[in-house]
Design a protein around this ligand. Structure first.
Ligand code: FE2
Length: 247
């Protein structure tokens, strides 16, 4: 009995993220949002991610009218600082940047008037909702994103308390992809979020998983997640779009 148990545990530790390779939602750029506060912290987070098998990172700093007024310029400057430090530290990993747009009126104005920050050949556009409620006119915004040639991805649908499987399915039917935080499956964001994340996996509604890495506690949770059957399933037999044009 003990032998079988030990064997199982050993097998589970063999999982890591090198199967998918890409992490497309993280806050590893130094000093421009609530993620890494300086380049030293950026390096710590990136080393932790590499240690778990991640070999390609898209940094997605918040763009939020009220709190983080990032622009392509602030993001580009932080990316340059980070890349210079990676060279100095002799760390071999490709890091690019896009953004995590907060879906508010300012976002719609940007969408109508500017070129937005995207990643990948598909022009993936990562956005998030308020944790309080969904924007009432969101479907129109979603259509605008599609018409402008972007491929929208909703960040962490499992974290919005007001969200449902039905709503998620409806958004997907209208061309919005879904990115679940891997850490949500560990219970990092609470039992309800974990349960909803599992439901989304079961319903085959998940297109991407990612770290949403802000600090080392997330790295710890990400490491923990590798022991979970749900995460092992996502990494081995699940139709994720993770590698489509991103590696
Ligand atoms: Fe995020």
């Amino acid at each position: 009995m003990f032998g079988i148990f030990k064997k199982k545990e050993k097998a589970s530790t063999n999982f890591n993220f090198d199967v998918i390779g890409v992490d497309m939602h993280s806050h590893v750029l130094p000093g421009i949002d609530d993620g890494a506060q300086d380049v030293g912290q950026s390096i710590q987070l990136i080393r932790a991610m590499m240690d778990l098998g991640i070999k390609r990172i898209f940094a997605t700093p918040h763009i939020m009218a009220d709190y983080y007024r990032n622009t392509p310029e602030t993001i580009g400057a932080a990316l340059e600082i980070l890349r210079a430090e990676l060279v100095k530290e002799n760390i071999d990993i490709k890091v690019d940047a896009a953004a995590e747009y907060y879906c508010d009126e300012a976002f719609v104005t940007k969408l109508e008037n500017e070129k937005l920050l995207t990643f990948g050949e598909e022009k993936y556009l990562l956005f998030e909702f308020s944790f309080m409620s969904m924007p009432p006119d969101f479907m129109e915004t979603l259509h605008k994103m599609r018409r402008a040639g972007y491929q929208p991805i909703l960040a962490h649908p499992e974290r919005y308390g007001y969200f449902t499987v039905e709503k998620c399915t409806e958004l997907k039917d209208w061309g919005c992809l879904m990115q679940v935080n891997t850490t949500s499956l560990t219970g990092y964001h609470g039992k309800e979020v974990k349960k909803f994340a599992e439901q989304l996996v079961d319903e085959l509604l998940v297109d991407f998983i990612s770290s949403d890495m802000h600090h080392l506690k997330h790295a710890e949770s990400l490491r923990e997640s590798l022991k979970l059957p749900y995460v092992q399933r996502l990494l081995s037999e699940y139709p994720l779009l993770q590698n489509k044009g991103l590696l």
